[in-house]
Design a protein around this ligand. Structure first.
Ligand code: PMV
Length: 343
């Protein structure tokens, strides 16, 4: 039974990890458990158009468009993804199709679109499957969507559903799995249910190191085992912080995670420094503000130079002033993207 010709659409948000995923094995399985907040505004919107039924051969027949323009350069990454999910989405080879995608955030702003992009595409594929199998339960759909997204980009499995998502089997997290992300199942204090994330664009250039190269560098890394253990310990610590509502402990853990991720890259072979001088300027300013005025604010980083400023709504007025007066000078083209997490 094949889905009807026509258009299948979905959107998926970006996410920002509090405990980082860095290091994988096998079929995109994580070496440690990670947890992320799902952003409200930075999203990818994708439409898959099934144009024509064909006799299945050993090829995928598709094109990729970004903002309406044909993007042959994106094809190989998506083709790798399609091959990985082929056994779970066997209908795809029976169609000629087009993938149309756009992001609500500026392209090549340094914000990774792979998580939201792979999540949105996985949702489209599941919409096709669901169209011929209406009996599928919400739980099955949620798990399989995240499972597929993981095979596109590991962190994408944390962008297919809930607002606070755990990926990776962990004894302290009920129902956790290395195969898909789950809605964080334990108590979350109201302090951590409404957060702002202002993304300071320090460097808009191409990423110096792709995350797949980064993950590979954890093989044979001298500190790999300690790092995986640290991350898993941090999940347990974060669990009690999330229920207690303690901001100081939260920011200490989240900042340490970001710096540990960067420390792994500085100590791998070959080594990389992904921060820029302005990243450090911003971090020092944040610490200064926190020390001198006791403002609730902290930062995290992805595998790049941009800084995510995290703060509760109660700090908003002070932090917005802080950004325009003290931080904007360190951003490329004065660019800041204000996003938030609410649940
Ligand atoms: O999903 P990937 O393979 O692009 O890995 C992303 C890894 C980090 O963004 C650096 C951390 C994380 O957990 O999101």
């Amino acid at each position: 039974l094949l889905p009807d010709l026509g258009s299948y659409t979905a959107e998926a948000p970006s996410n920002i990890a509090l405990v980082k995923y860095w290091g994988k094995y096998g079929e995109q399985l994580p070496k440690n458990t990670s947890i992320s907040y799902t952003l409200d505004n930075c999203k990818t919107k994708t439409e898959v158009v099934l144009k024509k039924r064909i006799e299945a051969d050993d090829q995928f027949h598709f094109e990729v468009y970004l903002d309406g323009d044909l993007k042959p350069a994106f094809k190989s990454k998506i083709e790798t993804f399609l091959k990985r999910i082929e056994t779970y989405t066997p209908f795809l080879k029976s169609f000629e199709f087009e993938i149309h995608t756009k992001n609500t955030f500026p392209h090549s702003s340094g914000i990774a679109s792979s998580a939201s992009g792979m999540a949105a595409l996985s949702k489209c594929f599941m919409a096709m499957e669901n169209s011929v199998k209406p009996e599928l339960t919400d739980e099955f759909l949620a798990q399989k969507t995240s499972f597929l997204a993981r095979l596109g980009s590991g962190s994408a499995c944390r962008s297919t559903g809930a607002k606070l998502v755990v990926w990776g089997k962990h004894e302290d997290i009920e129902g956790s799995s290395s195969f898909f992300g789950i809605d964080y199942p334990h108590e979350v204090h109201p302090n951590f249910r409404a957060f702002q994330d202002s993304i300071l664009l320090i460097d808009e250039g191409q990423k110096q190191v792709s995350s797949s190269i980064g993950h590979d560098l954890m093989h044979g890394h001298p500190f790999a085992e300690q790092r995986f253990q640290q991350a898993d310990d941090n999940i347990s610590k974060l669990k009690s912080i999330l229920s207690s509502g303690n901001f100081d402990e939260f920011f200490a853990l989240v900042e340490s995670e970001a710096l540990s991720l960067h420390a792994m890259m500085m100590t791998s072979s070959p080594y990389f420094i992904l921060m820029k001088p302005n990243t450090l300027e911003v971090i020092n300013k944040i610490w200064e503000l926190r020390r001198s005025e006791e403002v609730q604010i902290g930062f995290t980083l992805d595998a790049g130079a941009n800084v995510h400023l995290l703060y509760p709504n109660t700090s908003s007025a002070r932090v917005r002033k802080f950004i325009t007066e003290d931080l904007i000078q360190f951003c490329q083209g004065d660019k800041v993207i204000h996003d938030q997490i609410q649940f």
